[in-house]
Design a protein around this ligand. Structure first.
Ligand SMILES: [Zn+2]
Ligand SMILES: [Zn+2]
Length: 178
């Protein structure tokens, strides 16, 4: 029995390019083949780990996905002479982060929420642009605890800011105290 080769074409996640290779004597079992592909792409070739799907292109130019042994048997019997397996990275949907999560770790030293008294103010810091010195924490801002005035979200750092009317009289500007 002559040695068999299976051509694989891997399309990695963008911006990665296509990779073509031959596997020697590919496994007859799909589960083992998947492990061989994993080993080859992500360990030997050191490509960034990705979830993959396997498929082949039939005579009608259609994509036939292989998800189990039966699919793989069909592929092997149809592609007896020159096996060509397509592998593509699956685009994983990134779970949206909870809105308040990253800002929970921002600590505004020496800043107090003028509504609830939170000090230091943790999370997003909002500043009233109409009151002279009025800060709100993100919970109070979200709960509309200072509804009569406009507030702005302040940049993240530990310095104090003042909001002053622009010299032109047109709008407001943020001035650092330090
Ligand atoms: Zn508050
Ligand atoms: Zn105000």
């Amino acid at each position: 029995m002559s040695e068999k080769f299976m051509k694989i074409t891997y399309q990695g996640p963008p911006p990665a390019t296509k990779l073509n290779a031959y596997l020697r004597m590919p496994s007859q079992t799909y589960a083992v083949l998947r492990r061989e592909i994993d080993m080859y792409l992500f360990q030997e070739r050191q490509l960034p780990k990705a979830e993959i799907k396997t498929f082949w292109i039939d005579a009608d130019n259609d994509e036939i996905e292989i998800i189990n042994q039966i699919d793989y048997d069909i592929f092997l019997s149809k592609y007896r002479s020159s096996m060509h397996l397509q592998i593509a990275a699956i685009k994983r949907r990134v779970a949206p982060k909870p809105v308040s999560a990253p800002s929970n770790f921002i600590i505004h030293d020496k800043i107090t929420c003028d509504i609830c008294g939170l000090c230091p103010l943790v999370g997003f810091r909002y500043k009233c642009i109409q009151c002279r010195n009025f800060d709100l924490c993100q919970a109070c801002e979200a709960a509309h605890k200072h509804p009569e005035h406009m507030t702005i979200r302040m940049p993240t750092n530990h310095r104090r800011y003042k909001v002053l009317p622009k010299p032109s009289g047109n709008g407001w500007e943020i001035v650092s105290n330090s």
